[in-house]
Ligand binder design. Structure first.
Ligand code: BGC
Length: 936
């Protein structure tokens, strides 16, 4: 396969442009014509949020294109005096990175401007561009406050002044998600566009749209309502202990179009273009018999570009269903497609296949004759061609004379605590109690215990023999002893030396015995918007999830992720920790930027496309976080209390589509609980629904250092941290590996696997099953090819290796004796910084490298320190919050020459370093393999 870096850059730039959503464009404010003099306002002109914060944003990039950078590459003429003014402000008010993981401010201090400055700029410029930016991310939700969901007072003042003095003002929002639009509309810029966070090519994509090189074609993946209080989850979001999802299936447009159309400012699916299109249904094939036979509904739409510039149109098909006994939203998105680039007057065709199963309702309340089944209730189904969720025209219909049951299931994952959920009574909101869980998960588990293959010892079967059809997986697994089965369910990390340095986890061949049997170590790396390589290695940063979904373009997503897949191959990364696919249940969820939409169909289709792209390059991705991970506050223990119907029709549906259509083979469960039990320990979720119902084949992993078991028992007994060693609960549920522990070859976290095996709490068969699931992913991986010495087929074109920039003149050399402590107290450990020093070694040999640090941040904060020796990445040591206590991390180091240069790269702020201690252990001759050593 060929990774052409130029193609990668171009594809990401196209995505960054095609995901931009133009909301307003009065009097053709945009596009800016060539030679236009533009005054650019907003301090973020000198920066750019390429993504949100936390694990989904920590991609080290060589260059990020901001919006002004992009504009400067075009024929538009930005006002240079004003630019200088902002540069000066930036010098005196440096960009604030915040301290630590998840603690970055959601916006940057804006430069106050006075009327005089704006008036002067209005005299010598023909248009204004205002850039306002927001970030958000892991560990912390956004807030309905100024400078976060709302404008800060300085921003408000700036926008008002600019709009007062410029008739032609375009506002661009470089944000992780939606903002309060009401106050912005009251000020009234003549054009508004969400450019989201477009990754390293984002500013170029934005400039393409601002100047008309690309005609905007993105559509909103969320409804924008007037007030935050209008969202149905309002009041049931942000509780640190538990949130009941009372709005049930009425999330996003499903709620607004059914009950509150008057609260909507911009509907789901909305977006303007520089041209106009005419859409005409050519064919609608929807027939009751076909539906009963499980066939798809087929729609073909002719699209003509009636305007004056080339552009692309998104075709959206919604279905209006009969209310029936279960009650339905006014409409649901049933399918979508996008035209190719159509020249003026050109006509194209979009064909959409609609799977009726995705429209079916699930009776979790025993209201129909077939409870716990997906069904299409009798009545009339209107098939509508739409501009967006609020503007549609019926193009066909079908009538079912009787209910059609598509799939009978059993109750799973239902609530254990009573609450009332929203229902639709003739277009009015009513509430009805949820039905509680009747059958215990343990009953489900015991009814389906796996076959056990007695231990045979190593018979010489290697994993590659299974891949090549010379042996069966069960015979391979039977060779693994209990100790190694207990080890294989331990993910190792972060920064395991067994895989690419600075990545999230190694899984699979974590012990010597396993490697001797030919089990490679697979390498997992965050995800989702590019590879997170904490060692400081540069990687490609992609647009955020919301932007990529706003393209409504499956093919583009697939292509982009195939390029990412090749880049992963180049870096020996086998499994991306993404896509992130929780729903945008509430606009303030911190990680919405990683996720796609309020709609499950769009979420599932985009995720499926990304997974197909990754897998086409021989790597894979991880659907996360499975499921109900819709808030960051207290994310490690918050309980999401959700009806079974809402789970199945919304919160699980995207995952289901990605499994069925994308053949996803890795899934990550959440930190939080669903209906009282941590998701990683839910048999109903990880086995019953995922595998038995959907046919998933692959592995499930926990989120990093997640808690395990029953939330209530754990809380009542000894607190949630103690539950981190209950691996047996994971095994029972079929959550295959725990992420992560520092050394998987020993029981470094005191897990209970072998103890429970001895007591009969789990079976060897269950452990073998976990091993087979893990191995099934490694079977077709490049990791196996690497281990077996096979050539991984990859050619990289047009890639320039980054130069490491160490100023050798500033490097201090410390003399190193047999036991030396180097104080690091004054080292600046801010994210992105490097500290470089030299060692002058008295006695060459093997040393213990002991780095001591502390942090006051939360227990889940991640502060990776990557250690390079002579420019070779040797280890990444990741601290979590330590409650301020010093904590030492240790590796072995080979000091084989008198002089050497060490570089510490800080991947996240918030860590205080105390010192580095180097202790002599023995002569170099004692080393037989370089595995796990820091060496130069
Ligand atoms: C996040 C995951 C991420 C993992 C590894 C966790 O904090 O929730 O999404 O993949 O860290 O970085």
């Amino acid at each position: 396969m060929i990774l052409d870096w130029n193609e990668y850059l171009d594809t990401a730039r196209q995505a960054a442009a095609d995901g931009i959503v133009l909301l307003e464009n009065k009097e053709k404010t945009l596009p800016f014509e060539s030679g236009l003099k533009v005054a650019v306002f907003g301090r973020m002109q000198n920066h750019y949020y390429k993504s949100g914060t936390g694990s989904g944003g920590m991609v080290n990039v060589s260059k990020v294109w901001g919006i002004l950078d992009g504009l400067l590459e075009t024929d538009v003429v930005p006002d240079s005096e004003l630019m200088e003014c902002y540069r000066e402000f930036d010098r005196t008010h440096p960009y604030a990175v915040g301290v630590g993981f998840g603690n970055e401010p959601w916006s940057q201090e804006e430069m106050p401007i006075d009327a005089g400055l704006v008036e002067a700029a209005a005299k010598c410029n023909e248009a204004a561009l205002v850039i306002i930016a927001r970030t958000a991310g892991e560990e912390q939700d956004s807030q309905d406050t100024q400078g976060a969901y709302r404008l800060s007072s300085t921003e408000k003042e700036m926008l008002s002044l600019v709009c007062r003095h410029f008739k032609r003002t375009a506002l661009v929002l470089n944000t992780s998600g939606i903002m309060d639009m009401k106050e912005i509309l009251e000020i009234g810029p003549s054009a508004i566009a969400y450019v989201w966070q477009g990754g390293m090519q984002g500013g170029l994509g934005a400039a393409d749209v601002l100047t008309g090189k690309v005609c905007p074609s993105g559509r909103l993946t969320d409804t924008i309502a007037e007030h935050i209080e209008d969202y149905p989850a309002y009041g049931h979001f942000g509780d640190p202990v538990a949130n009941a999802y009372v709005e049930d299936i009425y999330v996003g447009y499903r709620y607004f179009e059914t009950f509150a159309r008057d609260r909507v400012i911009y509907p789901f699916g909305y977006g303007l273009s520089y041209t106009s299109f005419q859409m005409e249904a050519e064919q609608v094939m929807a027939d009751a018999d076909a539906i009963r036979a499980g066939k798809e509904i087929y729609v073909s739409v002719k699209v003509t570009n009636c305007g004056t510039c080339s552009g692309r149109q998104v075709v959206q098909i919604y279905v209006k269903q009969p209310g029936g006994l279960l009650g339905k939203p006014a409409c649901v998105l049933a399918g979508y497609g996008k035209t190719k680039l159509l020249a003026p007057k050109e006509t194209g065709r979009v064909e959409i296949a609609i799977n009726p199963y995705y429209l079916a309702s699930y009776d979790d309340s025993e209201l129909t004759d077939v409870p716990y089944a997906y069904q299409l209730e009798r009545g009339r189904y209107g098939i509508c061609l739409a501009e967006n969720a609020a503007s549609m025209e019926e193009i066909g219909s079908l009538t079912l004379n009787e209910d059609v049951v598509l799939c009978r299931l059993t109750q799973a994952l239902a609530p254990r605590k009573p609450f009332d959920k929203m229902v639709n009574r003739d277009g009015k909101i009513a509430y009805q109690p949820v039905l509680l869980q009747k059958i215990s998960e343990q009953e489900h588990r015991l009814a389906a215990l796996p076959v056990e293959y007695p231990y045979t010892g190593n018979r010489g079967i290697r994993l590659v023999d299974v891949r090549d059809g010379r042996a069966k997986m069960e015979d391979f697994v039977a060779q693994i002893g209990d100790e190694d089965l207990a080890a294989i369910i331990r993910g190792e990390g972060m920064g395991s030396p067994k895989v690419t340095p600075g990545t999230a986890a190694a899984f699979g061949g974590v012990t010597k015995n396993l490697r001797d049997m030919g089990v490679p170590c697979g390498c997992c790396s965050d995800g989702p918007s590019g590879m997170r390589l904490d060692c400081g290695t540069k990687a490609f940063s992609l647009p955020n999830g919301t932007l990529l979904a706003s393209t409504f373009d499956d093919a583009l997503n697939e292509h982009l992720y195939s390029l990412l897949g090749m880049e992963m191959t180049k870096n020996k990364v086998d499994c991306l920790l993404g896509p992130g696919m929780n729903l945008h249940r509430h606009p303030l969820n911190g990680r919405n930027f990683e996720y796609f939409s309020e709609d499950p169909l769009l979420t599932g289709k985009i995720a499926a496309a990304q997974i197909r792209g990754l897998q086409s390059a021989g790597v894979t991705g991880t659907l996360k976080h499975f499921c109900g991970n819709n808030q960051e506050k207290n994310r490690h223990s918050v309980d999401s209390v959700i009806s079974e119907r809402a789970l199945r029709e919304l919160y699980l549906k995207g995952f289901e589509i990605a499994v069925r259509e994308g053949h996803a083979n890795c899934v990550m469960t959440t930190y939080g609980a669903v209906n009282g039990i941590w998701t990683d320990s839910r048999y109903d979720l990880c086995t019953q629904i995922l595998r038995t119902e959907w046919g998933f084949q692959g592995l499930v992993m926990t989120d990093w250092w997640a808690s395990i078991g029953d939330l209530e028992t754990a809380n009542n007994a000894s607190g949630f941290f103690t539950s981190k060693s209950d691996y047996a609960s994971l095994v029972r549920a079929q959550n295959d590996f725990y992420a992560v522990c520092p050394d998987a070859s020993i029981n470094s976290t005191g897990d209970n696997t072998l103890e429970e095996l001895a007591k009969g709490g789990i079976t060897r068969g269950e452990l073998e099953r976990a091993a087979s699931n893990i191995l099934s992913v490694l079977l077709h991986s490049h990791a196996l090819e690497r281990l077996e010495g096979e050539k991984v087929d990859l050619t990289v074109l047009n890639y320039k290796e980054e130069e490491e920039s160490i100023n050798m003149d500033e490097v201090v050399y410390y003399p190193v004796a047999r036991d030396t402590t180097i104080s690091l107290e004054s080292v600046n450990t801010e994210q992105g910084r490097d500290y470089v020093f030299g060692v002058d070694v008295e006695e060459r040999g093997v040393y213990r490298f002991i780095l001591t640090g502390a942090s006051d941040l939360s227990a889940l904060a991640q502060m990776p320190v990557s250690v390079y020796f002579q420019s070779i990445m040797g280890a990444t040591l990741t601290w979590n919050g330590t409650g301020g206590q010093w904590l030492s991390m240790e590796r072995k180091m080979l000091l084989s020459a008198k002089y050497g240069v060490v570089r510490l790269h800080f991947g996240g702020s918030g860590l205080k370093l105390k010192d580095l201690r180097l202790v002599y252990e023995g002569p170099l001759s004692s080393v037989t393999s370089l595995d796990g050593y820091i060496y130069g």
